[in-house]
Design a protein around this ligand. Structure first.
Ligand code: CTP
Ligand code: MG
Length: 170
């Protein structure tokens, strides 16, 4: 396997990880934010996204991703990392919302576990947005990083749970 490709993709995905993790920490401070779906329901009677997706989370997640991109640029000197950070973070937030949308449609309540979807929704969103922004995404590194993302997700969520940041370990 081309480790260079994996490391390059990790740099592109790091802002997405920051975007994905920030709202969880923030939600402990602000408690309830303004739901992105504004409380609206679909014809199936369930919420469009649910209370777990807030504007505060969306905006701070995006800001965390932008900051991560800027820091990576300052360290590595490649200005494309700033644009990558924005694309990666925006994609992560959209992917996370898409994941919640799917969960609500199949009848899962907010916070109910959906294996793989919970871990990969933000990652897939980030990959798609990076691709749309013109970054080259290759299959083998994408699969390898998916594995890394899953492992990191479980460890960080377990740590967040033990720290009392999350009520459930997933
Ligand atoms: N969060 C937020 N806004 C976002 C994303 C996340 O406020 N756009 C916060 C919410 O407090 C959410 C927590 O981060 O509960 C964890 O996010 P996630 O696990 O994605 O949400 P869940 O509560 O598990 O809801 P869902 O079932 O919709 O995934
Ligand atoms: Mg969840």
């Amino acid at each position: 396997m081309d480790l260079g490709g994996v490391i390059e993709l990790l740099l592109l995905i790091l802002p997405a990880m920051a975007a994905n993790g920030t709202p969880v920490a923030l939600s402990r401070v602000t408690r309830r934010g303004i739901p992105i779906d504004m409380g609206r329901r679909m014809p199936d009677g369930r919420r469009v996204l649910g209370d777990g997706k807030t504007w505060e989370g969306f905006i701070t997640g995006l800001a965390a991703a932008a900051l991560t991109g800027i820091i990576l640029y300052l360290i590595l000197g490649d200005p494309a990392l700033v644009e990558a950070g924005l694309a990666s973070g925006f994609g992560a937030m959209l992917g996370d919302m898409a994941g919640s949308f799917i969960k609500r449609r199949i009848g899962l309540e907010r916070g109910a576990p959906a294996p793989l979807l919970d871990q990969l929704d933000f990652y897939i969103g980030a990959l798609v947005m990076l691709h749309l922004a013109g970054f080259r995404i290759e299959l083998i590194p994408a699969a390898a990083v998916a594995g890394i993302v899953i492992v990191l997700h479980f460890t960080s969520n377990y740590v967040a749970y033990r720290l009392g940041l999350k009520n459930v370990p997933w």
